[in-house]
Design a protein around this ligand. Sequence first.
Ligand SMILES: NC(=O)c1ccc[n+]([C@@H]2O[C@H](COP(=O)([O-])OP(=O)(O)OC[C@H]3O[C@@H](n4cnc5c(N)ncnc54)[C@H](OP(=O)(O)O)[C@@H]3O)[C@@H](O)[C@H]2O)c1
Length: 324
Amino acid sequence: MNAEKKNYCLAIPEIGLGTFGSDRVSAEDVAGAVDGAVRAGYRMIDCAACYGNEAEIGEVLEKILKEGVVKREELFVASKVWNDMHRYVRKALTKTLTDLRLDYVDLYFIHWPFPNYHPPGCSVDERNPDSRPFSVEEFMDTYRQLEELYEEGLIRAIGVSNMTIPKFELTLPLMKVAPYACELELHPCFQQEELLAYVKAHGMVPVAYMPMGSPRRPDRDICEGDAVDLAEPALLKIAKDRGATPAEIALRWAKNRGTVPIPFSVHHYQENLDAMKLPALTDEEMAQMASLECGSRLVKGQVFLWEGAEDWRDLWDEDGTIAG
Ligand SMILES: NC(=O)c1ccc[n+]([C@@H]2O[C@H](COP(=O)([O-])OP(=O)(O)OC[C@H]3O[C@@H](n4cnc5c(N)ncnc54)[C@H](OP(=O)(O)O)[C@@H]3O)[C@@H](O)[C@H]2O)c1
């Protein structure tokens, strides 16, 4: 990698609060959870423009900062540029900063590595005729815009999300500012060992999305054959033996693996924060957890497919090549 410059953001906390309401939880209720979670001790919030609730979260952040519950420099706020704004990142960030009522974000992700747009809440069968396969040039054009905003201090670190090793191999050598973090789907039934090792080996913080296996994800994202992580017998047994909940074990496992989990929660955020204090899983427990891996990818991304793509596997370069 050519990237010599180091990011200068605050070190990322060990757990964050997810803020995607999965079409089930209102923006106001998500903002209420942010309020409660920061007061409970969370120091990282994982936001995104496309979750449709940054304005409501911004009201809460402003109130919390004014009240002195936490200082701005103690809070790690992440957001993401949505697919339809890849060519207008400054505009997207300006809107996010206005909505969140902040002068900068600690981490700004490219939410998906291609500009394929779909409207919020659309069916998985919907296709946008403008969708196209991954392009190094297009991705790097977006990345360069983030590098500029990083130089200006408006984003304190750059993140990428939903990447694959083949896409990293083509883009990492071209980056001037190293990506600080990579957000990827990680839960007991979808462990992505190879990608996780790659992310770590290249100095990125792995941010684990859907760490509980997203039990209340939107109906459109629930497919036959998807695993139900929190109901897995091996996980239930470890939880029972330790007098903990399966969710706590899933989060402690995420910490054991050196990842930063970002569970969404309006009802369990205190429990999830407390899970970080549990004793580490033993080697034997880690081996039992490893046996849960069954390739159960929950975010398949069908809506991002382009004309000519065969199926959602084309998005994930499973055979080591970039489709299209
Ligand atoms: N970069 C990306 O493309 C991407 C994609 C997907 C998600 N994300 C991020 O990752 C975050 C997390 O993903 P997610 O919300 O889909 O899945 P998740 O965090 O795995 O699951 C959230 C669900 O689990 C429940 N839950 C949380 N803690 C629990 C506990 N201790 N016991 C029992 N149930 C518990 C929550 O219910 P309650 O609310 O009732 O507690 C909520 O329904 C998102 O909010 C978003 O910020 C990023």
